[in-house]
Ligand binder design. Structure first.
Ligand SMILES: *Cc1c(COP(=O)(O)O)cnc(C)c1O
Length: 375
């Protein structure tokens, strides 16, 4: 060893050391927000809504600007009451968080420790992997069938170390969903000591008779929680607001470990107005009902394979041909100021995820991809 490298070794060992599991985390890489040359015409990389937020939510936020010196209500009482009224739930069984990401992390911290295992699905949301490892536990990945969560594959991986199962339903980035009888079958097959987390971030968009976000199951089971977000259909991603509904004892656990004022005041007042504005949500659903099939059909018409989606985004698969793959398509779109999401770190190296945008954005992406495939 040279003098310099032994000095370097000293530098890295003679300083505070993080827990080993922390160093196994690949930090979350969000969707890009800018095209090449710093120009963004359309950002369709994070499943944000093209309709913005309810004007009532915006007005509430502006009103609060004169009272920023005051701490918010640490218990999110008025927001929990509003959510409970809209969804017919017991407000005492709801907890709010700084995005559903925080709620998912609190669940992992509350229920996992080193040596424990938590299962998620092959192309599942990567926040689960981060939350599980941050809690010191071991992620176990269940393979999927046709890019869809596979209940049998999950059940086959349950051991006596399994403490949690995370399911996004519908899933991001695939857009596929599990019919509710499959969710019930999963729940029925799990030991009663395993906590089943149903992440229903896109529930409002789903229009399928056999879909259910799992509120009733969470209301009647001791080991099921369902999480929701204000980031997607409500258009409040910037404020960081989410919640979950579950058994009293789970909510009690999360309340013990959350920060005392984990949800900020602007998020609380805007969230209350947003959840009550049913007409706004309905308009967003209608927009998606028009443009999700349109985008899917047009892309398929170009010869691209699109995974059938029930969310506000589609997963587009590109040809295995040099110059026609997802990397080249991404570059082509970025050059023209259009930002989609690469999903290589979700195990989908030759696909791009496209959020359903405004009419103008949707038409432009389809036209650009048509040019791309012809070039
Ligand atoms: C976007 C998304 C969320 C929401 O995260 P927030 O922290 O509430 O913004 C949760 N789960 C999935 C699967 C998502 O795609």
């Amino acid at each position: 060893m040279t003098e310099t490298s032994s000095a370097l070794a000293d530098v890295t060992t003679n300083r505070p050391q993080p827990r080993a599991s922390v160093m196994e985390i690949a930090a979350y890489v969000p969707g890009k927000s800018k095209g090449s040359h710093g120009v963004t015409r359309h950002k369709l990389s994070s499943n944000e809504t093209p309709l913005g937020a309810s004007p009532k939510a915006q007005a509430a936020l502006i009103d609060l600007a004169g009272a920023l010196e005051l701490y918010p209500d640490g218990s999110s009482t008025a927001l929990r009451d509003a959510i409970a009224t809209v969804h017919g739930l017991n407000p005492n069984r709801i907890i709010c968080g700084a995005g559903s990401d925080e709620v998912l992390s609190l669940l992992a911290y509350g229920y996992l420790e080193p040596g424990d295992e938590a299962i998620y699905s092959e192309h599942g949301f990567l926040v689960y992997d981060i939350a599980i490892k941050a809690a010191g536990a071991t992620p176990v990945i269940a393979p999927e069938k046709d890019l869809t969560t596979d209940v049998d594959a999950i059940l086959a991986r349950v051991t006596d170390k399994t403490k949690m199962v995370f399911i996004a339903n519908p899933n991001n980035p695939t857009g596929t969903y599990l019919p509710f009888d499959e969710v019930r079958r999963l729940h029925a097959g799990l030991p009663s000591t395993v906590l089943l987390v149903l992440d229903a971030a896109y529930a409002e968009y789903v229009r399928r008779n056999d879909y259910d976000s799992g509120m009733e199951l969470a209301a009647t089971s001791e080991n099921v929680v369902m999480s929701r977000t204000f980031s997607k259909i409500y258009g409040l991603a910037s404020l960081r607001l989410g919640w979950c509904f579950g058994p009293d004892h789970v909510i009690d656990t999360l309340n013990r470990i959350r920060g005392p004022f984990n949800v900020n005041g602007p998020a609380l007042v805007a969230g209350i107005e947003a959840v009550k504005d049913k007409a706004f949500v309905e308009a967003a659903v209608q927009h998606n009902e028009t443009w999700l099939p349109w985008v899917t059909n047009e892309l398929e018409g170009l010869g691209l394979k699109v995974t059938p989606s029930v969310g506000n985004f589609v997963l587009i698969h590109f040809p295995d041909e040099a110059g026609k793959g997802a990397d080249a398509a991404d570059e082509w779109l970025l050059e023209r100021g259009c930002v989609l999401r690469r999903v290589t770190n979700y195990g989908l190296p030759n696909a791009l995820r496209m959020s359903i945008g405004s009419e103008e954005a949707n038409r432009e992406i389809v036209a650009l991809l048509s040019d791309f495939l012809k070039k």
